[in-house]
Design a protein around this ligand. Structure first.
Ligand SMILES: [Zn+2]
Length: 247
């Protein structure tokens, strides 16, 4: 017993003497070496097939997509699920966590391996009527093609509520930011394969919130409509917005 106690004491003593040196040196060298942000991909990658003119527009369009997602996130953080916009699009009883998560991922999740390209590797720009871009799906699941038509059609966020635009009556992809929000939500790097299409148009999205709100919080169109509606009301035409006919 006495021997055992002695050996325990000597172990403790060794520990007491060893610990400060070991812990101290480990902590300082780890702090110097580890940067959790090292190697992070913080900008949406643009493929070399986009020339400088297209790249400049795409960079601005992707910045506006982040701006749109950040504002949607901030609106939810400010008002929670008491926001009438939140209730219109996600139901009266939903947790804010899912939409907050998706908007946060669009705004700031790591963008490694994904890319936006301007060539037409699947020949959809050339062959599909009215396609202005597409997710490459099984051909390259983290890749998005932006066809030339996008650079003609899409509007910038500073025109929201102008040019006759209303949320309920105008096409969802009127703006670069809503169109690219749609496109990044197809990319598993951002949407984790969870966000999908469960509703067709404005009426369908509002109906989904009444009937299956658990799908609204993972519905791509719902997230886009919510984002542009709160951007219109809070930023573009403060306190007024341009929801259009909401009945
Ligand atoms: Zn889609």
């Amino acid at each position: 017993m006495r021997l055992q106690l002695l050996s325990v004491l000597s172990l403790l003593q060794a520990g007491v003497w060893a610990a400060p040196t070991a812990t101290g040196s480990t902590a300082s060298s780890t702090a110097a070496a580890w940067d959790f942000r090292a190697g992070a991909v913080t900008e949406y990658p643009i493929h070399s097939s986009c020339n400088i003119t297209l790249r400049r527009q795409l960079e601005r369009a992707l910045d506006e997509t982040v701006e749109l997602a950040e504002h949607a996130r901030d609106h939810i953080l400010r008002w929670g699920n008491e926001s009438p916009f939140f209730q219109k699009y996600f139901g009266t009883n939903s947790s804010t966590a899912m939409p907050l998560g998706w908007f946060s991922r669009v705004a700031a999740a790591d963008r490694r391996d994904m890319t936006f390209r301007c060539d037409d590797p699947d020949k959809n720009c050339a062959t599909q009527d009215n396609w202005a871009g597409h997710w490459r799906g099984a051909n390259a699941t983290q890749e998005t093609v932006i066809c030339g038509a996008s650079f003609v059609k899409r509007r910038w966020l500073d025109s929201v509520c102008g040019l006759g635009y209303t949320v309920s009556a105008s096409p969802l992809n009127t703006f670069w930011a809503t169109d690219l929000l749609h496109r990044v939500l197809h990319v598993p790097r951002i949407s984790e394969g969870v966000v999908d299409h469960f509703a067709e148009d404005y009426e369908g999205v509002v109906e989904l919130a009444r009937t299956e709100p658990e799908k609204s919080v993972i519905d791509s169109d719902t997230l886009q409509y919510f984002a542009i509606d709160v951007y219109a009301f809070d930023i573009a035409a403060p306190g007024v917005g341009c929801s259009g006919n909401t009945e």
